[in-house]
Design a protein around this ligand. Structure first.
Ligand code: ZN
Length: 281
């Protein structure tokens, strides 16, 4: 299933994309797509619906973040061997963890606004993992049983804020609009193996990032195992799992976003995001 939240920001409705690509409304069946509706039983109930009987949604409404009321937005850094090589960083011994403020989360096609004074705003296409059932002290062998599904995340990053403002990466990762998430939450049964998904990111039609989740240093299962030994993962938490090569910071010379640019991100089976870039006045 491809679950979505559509409509105006803050007033999104639940929906799904049917086999023909048609958006259909789920408001009669669930109040929203949140942790409360992502457990195996709740997803099975949605799967059992006769999709063709669900109301079609007219027009092309905005796609909101594909998960509402996200509890924790967890980010793994330097998790692709080819990206670590690009940045000259050593392969980490354990997953590098940082947070992105939840207030950064926006829809897949919402405008990304560079904060005042930003000169080093960069892109990162990433596989997002949506937790469906509580996970504490789980092993990698059954870690994926706790996943509701997957989505595309753009881990937009202000590199100067991230590395030069005397603090944690969080400073450069949490600016408003720096967390486009969606368009779809694709359930784990439909995705299959999360470690073999092609991914790409274009800026103004030029391919910048090309990768595959098969070059992750720590797999999704290993990340869940590790994090679940640090704290409980709750339904509706999202983990974004690192980016493949081709970020602006890694280019020679570096290339950063400017107002008027357009980013397009795709992960195999998970849909496409498209964001205009603007600058805060
Ligand atoms: Zn990232």
């Amino acid at each position: 299933m491809k679950l979505v939240r559509y409509g105006e920001a803050g007033a999104e409705k639940p929906g799904l994309i049917d086999a023909d690509g048609v958006l259909r409304d789920l408001s009669e069946h669930v109040p929203d797509i949140t942790g409360a509706t992502l457990g195996d039983g709740a997803l099975d109930a949605l799967r059992a619906l006769d999709t063709s009987a669900l109301p079609k949604v007219a027009g092309s409404p905005r796609m909101g973040p594909c998960v509402g009321d996200i509890g924790k937005f967890l980010c793994i850094g330097l998790n692709y061997s080819d990206h670590a090589a690009e940045t000259g960083a050593d392969i980490p011994e354990h997953p590098i963890l940082f947070f992105k403020a939840n207030s950064a989360i926006v829809g897949a096609n919402d405008t990304v606004v560079m904060p005042r004074g930003s000169t080093h705003t960069d892109w990162e296409v990433e596989l997002g993992v949506v937790i469906g059932t509580e996970a504490k002290y789980v092993s990698k062998e059954n870690a994926l049983d706790h996943v509701a599904g997957y989505c595309v995340v753009n881990d937009v990053s202000e590199r100067h804020f991230q590395t030069q403002l005397t603090g944690q990466w969080t400073k450069g990762k949490s600016c408003d609009t720096f967390g486009p998430t969606g368009p779809w939450l694709v359930t784990r049964d439909e995705v299959g193996d999360p470690q073999n998904l092609a991914m790409s990111l274009d800026v103004n039609g030029t391919r910048m990032q090309t990768g595959n989740t098969n070059t992750m240093i720590f797999t999704v299962a290993e990340i869940i195992e590790h994090l679940s030994h640090l704290f409980t993962l709750h339904p509706g938490d999202v983990i974004t799992t690192g980016t493949p090569p081709g970020v602006g910071m890694g280019m020679k010379p570096p290339v950063y976003l400017k107002a008027g640019d357009v980013m397009e991100l795709t992960i195999e089976g998970l849909g496409t995001q498209r964001q205009d870039v603007a600058a805060d006045a």
